[in-house]
Design a protein around this ligand. Structure first.
Ligand SMILES: Nc1ncnc2c1ncn2[C@@H]1O[C@H](COP(=O)(O)OP(=O)(O)OP(=O)(O)O)[C@@H](O)[C@H]1O
Length: 224
């Protein structure tokens, strides 16, 4: 089991932001976390990857509480959590190469070239982050998650600022990820991602958590 959350309560000083969550993520699964704005999706993901302490309950990542500073964590977990951090003097291609080389990827240059094309960045490959649109910066961050080996992919609203073509390609990528034995935990407002890629859905609501099948999850998003 890659993620094992039991009665996990997440939140801030003012208390929990949603009801306690029990969920697991295993290889081959893509678990979608859905819910209205402010129901705690980002807070839940940040807690799962060890960026916040649980208020109560437990969450293990690879069998132990997550510590993003460890080599084991960095080798296993690729995440895009909405933080937009770049080296100002490195181009798109250089960012992706830094990630791929840092993780010892075979044929790193070839992998990066393919990702630049797949993520629609060919025209901007030599651009600095300051010269990219917000959607292009998002594409670079997502491409970086795929430029390195990983057991678990954690994505917070990856559809944000992407056009519909890129959203569809991302959905296909997530399907590929789990079919290849990877695991995905994704917070999303996108019914296409849920219906197309998820294997199960966790709906956060102030009254309680519901576990749904992907089709029901996609319908629930439309009704939020
Ligand atoms: N650093 C923080 N300190 C205190 N409260 C916070 C903090 N970050 C978020 N919150 C609050 O916690 C609640 C859950 O926020 P969170 O960002 O997890 O929701 P979300 O489901 O991801 O929302 P959205 O769909 O809008 O992205 C919200 O009420 C939010 O205002």
């Amino acid at each position: 089991m890659l993620v094992n959350a039991r009665d996990l309560s997440v939140g801030y000083g003012a208390g929990p932001v949603c009801a306690p969550v029990t969920l697991t993520v295993a290889p081959g699964e893509a678990i979608a976390v859905i819910g209205a704005n402010g129901t705690g999706k980002s807070t839940l993901l940040r807690t799962v990857v060890g960026l916040q302490e649980p208020l109560a309950g437990t969450v293990d990542l690879l069998g132990a509480p997550a510590d993003p500073r460890t080599v084991e964590f960095r080798a296993a977990v690729a995440s895009v959590l909405g933080d937009d951090a770049f080296f100002p003097a490195l181009t798109v291609t250089e960012h992706l190469r830094l990630v791929a080389y840092g993780h010892g990827v075979d044929d790193a240059d070839g992998v990066v070239d393919d990702l630049v094309e797949e993520f629609g960045l060919t025209d901007r490959a030599d651009a600095l982050p300051s010269a990219l649109s917000s959607g292009q910066r998002r594409r670079v961050l997502l491409a970086a998650a795929f430029a390195r080996p990983r057991s678990l992919l954690v994505l917070d609203e990856p559809e944000q600022r992407l056009d519909s073509g890129m959203r569809n390609r991302l959905t296909d990528r997530l399907v590929e990820e789990r079919e290849d034995g990877g695991a995905v935990l994704v917070a999303t407002h996108d019914p296409v991602v849920v219906a197309g890629a998820a294997t199960a859905v966790v709906l956060l609501h102030e009254d309680g958590i519901r576990h749904l099948a992907p089709e029901a999850g996609a319908a629930a998003i439309e009704a939020l």
